[in-house]
Design a protein around this ligand. Structure first.
Ligand SMILES: C[S@@+](CC[C@H](N)C(=O)[O-])C[C@H]1O[C@@H](n2cnc3c(N)ncnc32)[C@H](O)[C@@H]1O
Length: 341
């Protein structure tokens, strides 16, 4: 069957090529593609719901709580004489950004970088009155060079909601992030750590076997309909990732045009979502390997949710300063970081 023509307007040519190659060669659809088009409204609904629930789906509430814990560190680390700019990698509906901007001077510029033009529009509505620069871009594959702070200004990079662990290569993503930071810039990175509870946590009530609407956005566009698959959710201990995938109950032929046809047999599986599970120590190592120094951390009472505050080191080996990380919750107010300048 031919794909829905909207595929070619919602995604760039390179993204459609990636979707076709991933489906053909790796039987996967990268998580980020499901936030586009109809996926934006679904995610916005989900975010609004997450603000009202506890338990397994409390990640957005934890992000807000942990941002608040790191607030004194952030304000002590930033240079009050410099103009501050926020670069948000994957704003979603803009909820964490709104909280962060509330801590910073009015007039702080906010650059939202998202693969989903539709989610950028949602975030723009939720951040009305802010200096919002929307950038429709895939931060995993496209250049971020133009996002480096202009001289005399400083950047706070925001990467929350576990988005880092949804990326294909978290270590590579962090190196890209570090590449757009200069000494004095700050990264706030929020993840859910590996934990017996997080391994079985999905954004649906237990027993609900259907895919959530935002999980099936690309399948719908490819013409792979709910009657033709069975959803599966689980944790793969070898790959150390949580996954949502579908097992096809009938073979399909997806025609992307220009001779690109992907055939998938009955019984084969296609992964739609993944989350790389990392321990606290592994997160610290990832941050250090990217050349960043984690100078503040806040975590939820059960240790599952972690928000790292990191700065760009100014010399070789600066990443090793991660050993100096302090738990802002334990350290209390004003845990001063090594701001570099
Ligand atoms: C899980 S949501 C998190 C939203 C928000 N940061 C939060 O904490 O609630 C992931 C967001 O990142 C965007 N995203 C994921 N991967 C991306 C990529 N490679 N390039 C651009 N945007 C991406 C998605 O479109 C979505 O807005």
């Amino acid at each position: 069957m031919s794909v829905d023509p909207r595929l070619f307007t919602l995604y760039t040519e390179a993204e459609v090529a990636r979707i076709a190659a991933d489906l053909g060669e790796r039987r996967q659809i990268e998580t980020r593609f499901n936030y586009v088009g109809a996926g934006a409204g679904h995610w916005a609904d989900m975010a609004a719901w997450m603000l009202t629930v506890d338990g397994a789906n409390r990640s957005l509430r934890e992000t807000l709580a942990l941002l608040d814990v790191l607030r004194p560190w952030l304000l002590a680390t930033l240079d009050p004489r410099r103009q501050t700019r926020v670069v948000d990698l994957g704003p979603g509906d803009g909820t964490p950004a709104a909280a962060l901007l509330g801590m910073l001077p009015a007039g702080t510029e906010y650059v939202g970088v998202d693969i989903s033009a539709q989610l950028l529009a949602v975030a723009a509505r939720n951040l009305a009155g802010r200096r919002f620069v929307p950038v429709r871009r895939d931060f995993e594959s496209e250049s971020l060079d133009d996002l480096v702070a202009p001289p005399g200004t400083q950047t706070v990079v925001l990467l929350t909601g576990g988005t880092l662990c949804n990326t294909a290569d978290p270590a590579g993503t962090l190196r890209r992030v570090a590449g757009l930071m200069r000494p004095g810039d700050v990264l706030l990175c929020g993840v859910r750590l590996d934990h017996p509870e997080s391994r079985t946590s999905f954004a649906l009530a237990p027993g609900d076997d259907d895919l959530a609407p935002h999980e099936q956005v690309v399948l719908d566009l490819l013409g792979i309909t709910p009657g033709g698959y069975v959803p599966e959710r689980g944790y793969d201990p070898e790959r150390r990732e949580r996954y949502i995938r579908v097992r096809l109950t009938a073979s399909v032929e997806v025609d992307f045009g220009a001779g690109r046809v992907v055939r998938i047999g009955r019984g084969e599986r296609v992964r739609l979502w993944r989350y790389h599970h990392r321990s606290h120590g592994e997160m610290r190592a990832l941050i250090a390997a990217a050349g960043l120094a984690a100078t503040a951390e806040a975590s939820s009472a059960d240790g599952q949710f972690l928000l790292v505050g990191a700065v760009r080191g100014s010399g070789p080996g600066a990443g090793e300063a991660a050993d100096l990380a302090v738990d802002a919750r334990l350290a209390g107010e004003g845990a001063r970081g090594d701001a570099g300048e």
